[in-house]
Design a protein around this ligand. Structure first.
Ligand SMILES: O=C(CO)[C@@H](O)[C@H](O)COP(=O)(O)O
Ligand SMILES: [Fe+2]
Length: 217
């Protein structure tokens, strides 16, 4: 089963609650929330108080993508704000294994994200602890960028590792996903699909989410 996770980075921040209800009612699976600190990535987005507030608008899974340096400092705060899945960047953690263990100690799902230039070998010794690996298909920091094709090869290689080791962790793909490339991404082995601009920049979000599901499945 493919899971669709619209990224609210492309939502209208002046109407965030309503936009979240719109994608909830349109049938998305997860709400993908991009947290940026202006250090790990060259942009600042939103943080704990906003997540806590919009938690009141939906019961959908909050898939929180932390693009912040040393995220261990804030795991408890994001968990308390309502995160169901917390994904950290391998490149942002000095002690990745410790951070993954910390996330799991709160009884929520743990993901690790890899930038486009980061090899999958960096998660070799933590992958068996993970619920999800997030393959970045753009350099993180902004919505609306073009998909980097080498991500397909990485997804494929990751699927081989996961199957080869008898693991069950999800592969999420994030960045530049469109109706035109989603099939190739799923064929490569991804099962959680993030899309921001391709979902929010349209007239009928419900139709667009259905179109994504049709194209993906
Ligand atoms: O994490 C990020 C960007 O760093 C993403 O989640 C973007 O928000 C995806 O936006 P699109 O590329 O789909 O417009
Ligand atoms: Fe993201």
């Amino acid at each position: 089963m493919i899971k669709l996770a619209p990224s609210i980075l492309s939502a209208d921040f002046a109407n965030l609650g309503q936009d979240i209800q719109m994608i909830d009612q349109a049938g998305c699976d997860y709400i993908h929330i991009d947290v940026m600190d202006g250090m790990f990535v060259p942009n600042i987005s939103l943080g704990v108080p906003v997540i806590k507030r919009v938690r009141e608008y939906t019961d959908k899974v909050f898939d929180v993508h932390l693009m912040i340096e040393e995220p261990s400092r804030y795991i408890e705060a994001f968990k308390n704000a309502g995160a169901d899945i917390i994904t950290v960047h391998a490149e942002a953690c000095k002690h990745l294994h410790r951070v993954v263990s910390l996330i799991k100690s709160y009884g929520i799902k743990a993901g690790v994200s890899l930038n486009p230039a980061t090899p999958i070998s960096v998660i070799e010794y933590v992958i068996d602890q993970l619920d999800m690996v997030l393959v970045m298909s753009v350099n993180p920091g902004f919505g609306g960028q073009a998909f980097i094709p080498s991500a397909l090869h990485k997804i494929n290689a990751l699927r081989d590792v996961i199957c080869g080791r008898g693991l069950t962790c999800d592969i999420e793909v994030d960045g530049g996903v469109t109706l035109d490339n989603v099939k190739s991404i799923v064929d490569a082995g991804a099962n959680v699909i993030v899309a921001g601009s391709a979902i929010f920049n349209c007239d009928d979000v419900e139709k667009r989410i259905k179109a994504f599901r049709d194209a993906a499945e």
